[in-house]
Design a protein around this ligand. Structure first.
Ligand SMILES: Nc1ncnc2c1ncn2[C@@H]1O[C@H](COP(=O)(O)OP(=O)(O)OP(=O)(O)O)[C@@H](O)[C@H]1O
Length: 354
């Protein structure tokens, strides 16, 4: 259990103190607790490593000379588990050179024994600030990073990647089919990313999520006053995607009247805002996706055959995981790693149930 001081709050940073000298360890714990930090303690590197790997520490203070596992060994093992958690070495007489070596290996800094209070607290504060910055940078990088990889090396996935590489740079429209969650949107994103349109926007419309009466205005925009709630002029998704790619997700759920207008936009490269009398030229590549069997929808007169032909110049079917079970371990591994990175914890391993 972490030691708690009455000024400690739940958001306080957790610091692990590893030192075999009880008096030094207790003093450090007392100072840190007094400053409002949460603390954990260990009497040697081995115990320290166990605690380190089981808890989400924010920083570590680690002595160099210790029984069982010394500070240097702890450092290299801890860096393998959590390379971003700052580790501050505590060096006694005769271990300064080793402490310098530790910093070269990856320790954040070192302080000398007996620790000077101000130097100790400043070093800890700087280390914690650095740790926070590293985590924030990682999260931000991930957020702005390009499209997530399509994970999997099953035959169908390799074939899909090959098709993406081949058709992305062309202007061909693509219809992506497959069950919910199989990665259709990911395929659409890669088609855009690898196209010459990738400096222009990829605009996404979930056709199933928009009420039928609003879909036309959503896609083509409207003029002020064209219907009761049209209080100002609005640009539609086709115009927003001009020069780029429009991803029409769940196209099988689009109303027949909207389908007719989308067909015209595809045939003529022109759209008309709802309530307007003039056409606007648009240069948009359309990628559509559906979990429905569109040809069956055509038979049932829910989907226009001419639109189907326009959209399905290239067909990419993404099979369900049930049909490509070999990809499951890769996906688990990827998601586990991504979640653990987000939470700043060591990567967990999943074992099959015995
Ligand atoms: N092969 C894959 N590699 C990596 N991530 C994947 C893969 N397949 C699916 N995902 C992830 O699963 C989630 C669902 O994928 P996505 O939205 O692309 O599926 P979808 O087929 O478009 O789903 P829906 O039919 O519900 O719109 C996303 O977070 C996506 O990144």
């Amino acid at each position: 259990m972490p030691n708690r001081n009455k000024t400690t709050n739940d958001n306080a940073s957790l610091i692990l103190v590893i030192d075999d000298e009880v008096s030094i360890r207790k003093t450090l714990i007392e100072i840190l607790s007094f400053e409002g930090y949460k603390t954990l303690e260990a009497a040697d590197g081995e115990q320290g490593l166990k605690i380190f790997s089981e808890n989400k520490c924010d920083a570590v203070l680690c002595d160099i000379k210790m029984p069982k596992m010394d500070g240097m060994e702890f450092l290299s093992k801890a860096l393998e588990i959590h390379p971003d958690i700052p580790i501050i070495m505590i060096s006694g007489h005769g271990t300064i050179e080793t402490a310098v070596e530790a910093v070269k290996t990856g320790a954040y800094d070192f302080i000398s024994k007996p620790p000077d209070l101000n130097r100790l607290l400043i070093t800890i504060k700087n280390a914690l600030d650095k740790g926070t910055l590293v985590t924030e940078t990682k999260v931000l990088k991930k957020r702005i990073s390009k499209v997530q990889d399509i994970v999997g090396d099953s035959e169908p996935i390799l074939k899909i990647k090959e098709t993406i590489d081949k058709v992305a740079p062309t202007e061909a429209r693509v219809l992506v089919t497959g069950e919910n969650g199989v990665g259709k949107e990911l395929v659409a994103r890669w088609l855009h990313e690898k196209s010459t349109r990738n400096n222009s926007p990829l605009v996404e419309v979930n056709c199933a999520a928009i009420p039928t009466e609003l879909i036309e205005s959503e896609l083509f925009g409207h003029e002020k006053g064209s219907f009761t709630s049209a209080v100002k002029q609005r640009i539609g998704k086709f115009e927003q995607a001009n020069g780029g790619t429009l991803f029409l997700d769940e196209i099988g759920d689009m109303s027949l009247s909207a389908q007719a207008k989308v067909l015209r936009a595809l045939q003529e490269g022109k759209i008309t805002r709802v309530g307007a009398d003039k056409d606007i030229n648009v240069d948009v590549r359309v990628i559509a996706a559906t979990n429905k069997d569109l040809l069956q929808e055509v038979e049932q007169k829910n989907f226009r055959l001419d639109l189907y032909h326009r959209l399905s110049v290239i067909l990419i079917h993404v099979p369900s995981l049930n049909e490509r079970r070999d990809d499951i371990p890769h996906l688990i591994d990827t998601f586990l790693e991504s979640i653990c990175t987000d939470y700043g914890i060591a990567k967990k391993e999943l074992m099959p149930t015995p």
